[in-house]
Design a protein around this ligand. Sequence first.
Ligand code: TYM
Length: 334
Amino acid sequence: MTQRILSGIQPTNNLTIGNYLGAIKNWVQMQDEAETLFCIVDLHAITVPQNPTALHQATLEVAAAYLAAGIDPQKSAIFIQSHVKAHVELGWLLSCMTPMGWLNRMTQFKDKAGKNREKAGLGLYAYLALMAADILLYQTTHVPVGDDQKQHVELTRDLAQSFNHHYNKEIFTIPEPFIKGEAKRIMSLRDGTKKMSKSDPSDFSRIHLTDSDDEIAQKIRKAKTDPEPLPDSLEGFENRPEAKNLLTIYAAFQDKTMQDVLGDVAGKSFSDFKPLLADLLISKLGPISQKMTQYLHEKTELESILKAGAENASTLAEKTLKDVKETMGFVAAF
Ligand code: TYM
């Protein structure tokens, strides 16, 4: 069976190097090996309140980031989730079959709803059904994501299996999470035990793809570390989450293993290592950020790529949706 890959990112705030290293960078490498679809999941973004102007801008920015980072529209469908109507429709059909017990287990709901659980929107709670629809509409075989999305993909598998079983028909392909490399969980620059997140209140906790050279240098300078020099083996990172995180970032941007880069930097103090890391980030992110600006400045190309992407995606999605509805007993439109 050919591999089909689908993944997406929420257009909330600017993308971070966590999104890049944990997701987009791996997607770029997969384009030659599989059929690939990448969406900007705007319908997911509204599961928490959004400012309309910011949502609009962030949606286009994520699309520009995909392209700037090397997603090639000749090889991959790039589209905005809300442009393919089947996502919402299959999302509803699946939500009717999603046990509330599963939703209660979702760590993302617990984190995002926080203490305000009673006030959280239904969409945040039902998030999983829409994410499952995103994946299952395309008969996706592999879902490349960071570590934090593993639970959602596993529940999507369970949902697909339970649908197929209930109707005694192989309607959905059962997808696998694809979580690769050492950068699957990049941590906050302020606290090495917390995930780097677009929504962390502190801007110093993360590096955005669009940060200027000065911002990158300043954020790395201020990144939390410890007084010890870099160790010469991976065991030396025990109980040193911040040190380990900075080395993970350093290795990931060079496509090397942590062990390999330790060969170059073991024994260095952080005051010597941080400028090396900052220079590396500036050299890797500068070209991405420049290309993003070009795509956002000259929107015609971006719009035509997103239009073609949505058309391609719709063709695949409509076929699955039709099969699902027929199987469930819906009367087709006359
Ligand atoms: P989102 O928008 O939170 O994150 C997008 C991608 O970036 C990865 N990621 C990270 N990887 C490593 N370290 C980090 N600190 C880090 N932060 C984020 C995420 O794992 C993800 O791969 N529910 C999804 C979006 C979604 C989706 C889908 C994904 C909706 N439908 C269908 C795949 C398939 C989310 O909120 O990702």
